[in-house]
Design a protein around this ligand. Structure first.
Ligand code: PHE
Length: 366
């Protein structure tokens, strides 16, 4: 058998040190594979004389293990580098801020309700709630609305067909005023609450939907008078619309549950065909917009709720939340509020990070 020309050791070791995984496998096959030159050298031992074998054996074995060792070492280096590269590629930096935009948005009605709660909390008002399925006593009778009151008509109010187990006529509440009754019955006087929530009336056009939102305000204490009502509404509206030039006009009105009753108008200016609240409604180019109903709590209402009407007085107001949202954020069709159209929500909705706070401002950034 022909002795294969021994590839120089130094050259092989240098090639191993520089090899990539593929070249390394080639070098291994060429040296240590079945037909490799080191393997061939090992095969020559059999034909040698014992003396020659004794001399050549350890030399060839040493050559074989030096090359095998170098290949192992290079392989370890290459594997480690490959692992490093993979870790770098697949690594997740958990300290990085989230970059994906939050999906969904806060509905303007929810945003405005949060703003209202924030403003009134600062004035010492708690948030009260009541059921949307209400009984006729809380919704009408206790609020001094006579059996003949037009709001009680079947075509204005959604009644349930059957009476409940206690014989009560149930309905979808037509305003948030029944929460006044519930709050007074439960907590007595003195009292300071707002009650935001859904209300229902049989009405539907561009400015009316069968379901809409109101916020009720109620203060009951000793010595409460119309001045307190006016100051509270003025303070609230200035904070809500974030303008100091909000001007109110109080007009005599009628609600069965308040006496006297006051309709509140707010002065506005025309700006590019749009009404913008602010300024004296009697100034040139200005006008008055009817915004809310209010008044001093009728003593019959206090009595119905078990409050001593000789000792306590109160004021109350009710205002449409959807209306407030439209005026502040510039939408003009109420029906779009309840369509659930994603494009509308993406445009008019708010970021969940836009929490109204007194320190940060109750108006969301546009
Ligand atoms: N409840 C009345 C309405 O729905 C509003 C109102 C509330 C008026 C409180 C006066 C006092 O129209």
């Amino acid at each position: 058998m022909e002795t294969p020309a021994p590839a120089p050791l130094a050259e092989t070791l240098a090639a191993i040190a520089a090899a990539d995984p593929q070249a390394l496998e080639g070098i291994r096959v060429a040296a240590l594979g079945k037909a490799g030159w080191v393997t061939a050298a090992l095969k020559t031992l059999g034909a040698m004389t014992p003396e020659a074998r004794q001399a050549q054996g350890p030399r060839i074995q040493a050559l074989r293990s030096e090359i095998a060792g170098a290949i192992e070492a290079r392989k370890a280096v290459l594997d480690a580098a490959a692992r490093e590269a993979q870790l770098a590629r697949e690594g997740l930096d958990l300290t990085l801020p989230v970059t994906a935009a939050p999906r969904g948005s806060v509905h303007p009605v929810s945003q405005v309700m949060d703003e209202l709660a924030e403003i009134f909390a600062d004035l010492g008002f708690a948030v009260a709630t009541g059921p949307e399925i209400e009984d006729d006593w809380h919704n009408f009778t206790a609020l001094n609305m006579a059996e003949t009151h037009p709001a009680r008509a079947m075509h204005d109010t959604f009644y349930f067909p059957d009476r409940d187990a206690d014989g009560r006529q149930m309905l979808l509440r037509t305003h948030t005023s029944p929460v006044q009754i519930r709050a007074m019955v439960q907590q007595g006087a003195p009292l300071r609450i707002i009650a935001p929530g859904r209300v229902y009336r049989s009405d539907s056009d561009a400015t009316h939907t069968p379901m809409f939102h109101q916020v009720e305000g109620l203060v009951v204490d000793e010595g409460i008078h119309l001045g307190h009502l006016k100051w509270t509404l003025e303070t609230f509206l200035k904070a809500f619309f974030e303008r100091d030039d909000i001007v109110l006009r109080l007009r005599p009105s009628y609600f069965p549950f308040t006496e006297p009753s006051v309709e509140v108008d707010v002065g506005f200016a025309m700006d590019k065909g749009r009404r913008v609240l602010g300024g004296d409604g009697d100034a040139p180019g200005h006008g008055w917009m009817e915004l809310l109903g209010s008044g001093m709590v009728n003593r019959r209402v206090l009595q119905a709720a078990g409050v001593d009407a000789d000792r306590y007085q109160g004021f109350a107001f009710g205002v449409g939340v959807d209306r407030l949202a439209m005026l502040k954020y510039g939408m003009d069709d109420l029906r779009a509020f309840f369509d659930g159209d994603n494009r509308w929500l993406a445009h008019y909705g708010f970021s969940p990070f836009d929490q109204p706070t007194l320190s940060g401002g109750v108006g969301a950034r546009a």
